[in-house]
Design a protein around this ligand. Structure first.
Ligand code: XLS
Ligand code: NI
Ligand code: NI
Length: 446
């Protein structure tokens, strides 16, 4: 029996003039953009946890969402299968190629670890059947090593090595599950890998532990022949006061320090960029430029809130700027756009889950079109190129090659050979270039 009986079996791509609510206006999987299908550019994924494993509760009140499989009293494995049936009905009606999950989203905890492991294996088998039937694939798997009280002081960064060991066992199983389901990536989000107070914390010890843990994860990846990408998801705080994977630059420095570059890449979340005091554009540009770009969690924050509101992306401008950097860097390889999105607590109709995702998908599709146009027109890139062109000349090259000293440069400046004048950065014109392209897209001429 369908859980979403009023939604058609697939969401059609009908163009901007349609009146249908359950239709894509811009997203068209087969449309070719810069020589590639839209579906292959965006690699869209729905997240299991907020969409199916959360009832809409917040710190002030109970769940509001209609999620009958979460009701108390149900047999846990039966409820997990019911949840998965509904999740796959949703994925396939929406028409996205991928989903993402945490271990505990798909399988219930048993009475002991061994039973939890058996539950996970059984549900992975059930997921395999659904994936075969629907063709939906796994963008990434992950493990929830932050929710259970044993992880209150962190998982890998816990003061107790037994908690480290427990997390290791859990993450090994989640990696096995991801590998078995052909996941394109495996994600580590350090939910409580940080501190609440420095008064009881040895910061350097904790980051050493985290690095050891990540090294073990990378070793295990190679041991089992998992070909997906390992991803770290930076976030500055929440739930802890301070998280060690603060932002892309911090993660980059960490990977470099512990010799993990090339093993881990970043999964950038729009809202986490906002929480870190950056723009999404900044985080993507940093990751692409420094060779650590991996994947995106497309959920946004709200400028008036200081927490992770996980809203559906709806700003074409914000997503265009990130998309532009992604395209400039050659696009996704194993990554994609995951919707780590939550409905608002009042959005309690079953159809709301479709409204949220359909709007978000069209927002990303439109952003892709605008960003592709910016690439094709080439004005931004040409301006950047011109701005740094001095570095391709004799002076720039010799400085960077290391063949000039401070004294050499002083000599040339004293002799008057070097006498630079100020040059406009042209910011307003560049902002106009972006806006013009956005406006043309609103006029539908794309
Ligand atoms: C929380 C994170 C989380 C990860 C997966 O803020 O975004 O949802 O994406 O553990
Ligand atoms: Ni988040
Ligand atoms: Ni996320």
């Amino acid at each position: 029996m369908a859980f979403f009986p009023d939604i058609p079996d697939s969401i059609p791509s009908e163009g901007l003039d349609t009146d249908a609510e359950f239709a894509y206006r811009v997203y068209d999987p087969d449309r070719i953009v810069l020589g590639k299908r839209m579906e292959d550019h965006l690699r869209l994924a729905v997240c299991y946890w907020h969409s199916f494993a959360w009832r809409g509760n917040d710190v002030f009140g109970d769940g509001t969402l209609d999620r009958p499989w979460l009701d108390a009293g149900a047999d846990p494995m039966q409820a997990a299968r019911f949840k998965m049936d509904v999740a796959f009905e949703f994925f396939s009606k929406l028409g996205v190629p991928f989903f993402c999950f945490h271990d505990i989203d798909i399988a219930p905890a048993g009475n002991d670890f061994a039973e939890t492991k058996r539950n996970l294996e059984a549900m992975v088998g059930y997921a395999e059947e659904h994936m075969q039937r629907t063709g939906v694939r796994l963008l990434w798997g992950t493990s929830n090593a932050f929710g259970h009280p044993r992880f209150a002081a962190g998982a890998a960064t816990n003061p107790d090595p037994e908690v480290f060991a427990y997390a290791a066992a859990q993450i090994k199983n989640a990696m096995d599950a991801t590998h078995r389901l052909g996941g394109a990536n495996y994600v580590l989000w350090g939910g409580r890998e940080g501190y609440e107070t420095l008064l009881n914390t040895r910061m350097r010890r904790e980051t050493d532990q985290l690095a050891r843990f990540m090294t073990m994860v990378a070793e295990y990846k190679h041991a089992i022949g998992f070909e997906g990408t390992l991803l770290i998801e930076p976030k500055p705080q929440e739930p802890t006061k301070h998280q060690y994977d603060y932002d892309c630059a911090t993660v980059h420095g960490f990977l470099d320090r512990y010799d993990l570059l090339g093993e881990f890449f970043v999964n950038i979340e729009v809202n986490h960029a906002t929480l870190a005091g950056h723009s999404f554009h900044h985080e993507v540009a940093y990751a692409v430029d420094n060779g650590i770009f991996g994947s995106i969690d497309a959920n946004r924050g709200d400028p008036q809130n200081g927490w992770d509101t996980d809203q559906f992306p709806n700003s074409v401008e914000e997503m265009t700027l990130g998309m532009y950097e992604i395209l400039r860097g050659g696009g996704f390889t194993t990554g994609g756009f995951n919707f780590d999105t939550k409905l608002r607590r009042q959005s309690m109709d079953r159809a709301d889950l479709f409204h949220g995702h359909i709007g978000a998908i069209d927002t990303l599709a439109q952003s892709l079109l605008v960003a592709a146009r910016l690439i094709e027109e080439g004005d931004l890139e040409a301006t950047r190129q011109e701005r740094y062109s001095g570095w391709d000349g004799a002076l720039g090259r010799s400085i960077m090659e290391g063949s000039l000293t401070l004294s050499d440069l002083e000599e040339q400046v004293v002799s008057g050979e070097i006498d630079p004048g100020p040059v406009s950065g042209g910011q307003e014109r560049l902002e106009n270039v972006v806006n013009r392209t956005l406006w043309r897209s609103i006029g539908g001429s794309m």
